[in-house]
Ligand binder design. Structure first.
Ligand code: GRF
Length: 212
């Protein structure tokens, strides 16, 4: 008899466009990732990512610190949402706010982020979106790329799961570079989500091992 596969429950935090969310959703819908996206959480009232989610029948939640009297109340509310959906994996996909520390701790090695450069370079506060690619071009490096990492208590410092390089061309402007990097993001993020959901990622100290 076929063994039933337990699907992993995913929550996605996203602030904007949602193209990485869409790339992951597509692979789930094709049956390539044993998971279901239970909800999208955004700090904006109606980001474009909510439209994609709406069409797929995925619950959307606008949660902003300003809606709460205190940071504790905000954190408790977020945690209760993740509990309600029995979330196994938290995915940050273009989310611009810091995740409260109790949530980072609760989801240690179960919360991932994507960064459009090769960490530990071009990262930290203020390095997001097109600013990353502007800095890359300004610096004159020949190689940039994509990094997916587990989230720890600082910006962009958690254990690195995968990196893939992208060449910086002499006539690149931030927008052309961003486009090529984004294409790679859409390939590697679903790969990492699949590996996580298949139970193939193991974290040993700061190293992430991919098991067969
Ligand atoms: C991506 O470039 C990602 O690397 C960064 O934010 C952007 C989000 O894009 N963290 P999208 O909303 O997934 O299209």
């Amino acid at each position: 008899m076929l063994k039933a596969i337990k699907l992993k429950n995913i929550a996605i935090f996203a602030s904007g466009r949602g193209s990485n969310f869409a790339a992951i959703l597509e692979q789930i819908q094709r049956g390539n990732i044993p998971a279901q996206i239970r909800c999208i959480i955004s700090d904006y009232t109606h980001p474009p990512v909510f439209d994609i989610a709406g069409k797929a029948g995925i619950s959307t939640h606008w949660v902003n610190r300003k809606q709460f009297d205190s940071r504790d109340d905000y954190t408790i509310f977020l945690l209760s949402l993740l509990e309600k959906y029995k979330v196994d994996l938290v995915i940050l996909a273009g989310y611009l706010k810091l995740i409260p520390m109790p949530i980072v701790k609760r989801y240690k090695n179960s919360m991932i982020n994507i960064h459009p450069a090769l960490l530990p370079n071009f990262c930290g506060k203020g390095f997001y979106g097109i600013k990353v690619h502007e800095a890359v071009i300004e610096s004159g490096v020949k190689i940039t790329g994509v990094t997916v990492h587990f989230v720890d208590e600082h910006y962009d410092t958690g254990p690195i799961i995968i990196q893939e390089k992208v060449e910086v061309l002499p006539d690149d402007i931030p927008e052309t570079l961003a486009k090529r990097v984004l294409k790679i993001e859409h390939k590697v993020y679903p790969e990492v989500v699949k590996a996580f959901c298949d139970g193939r990622l193991e974290v040993v100290d700061r190293k992430v091992l991919w098991r067969e």
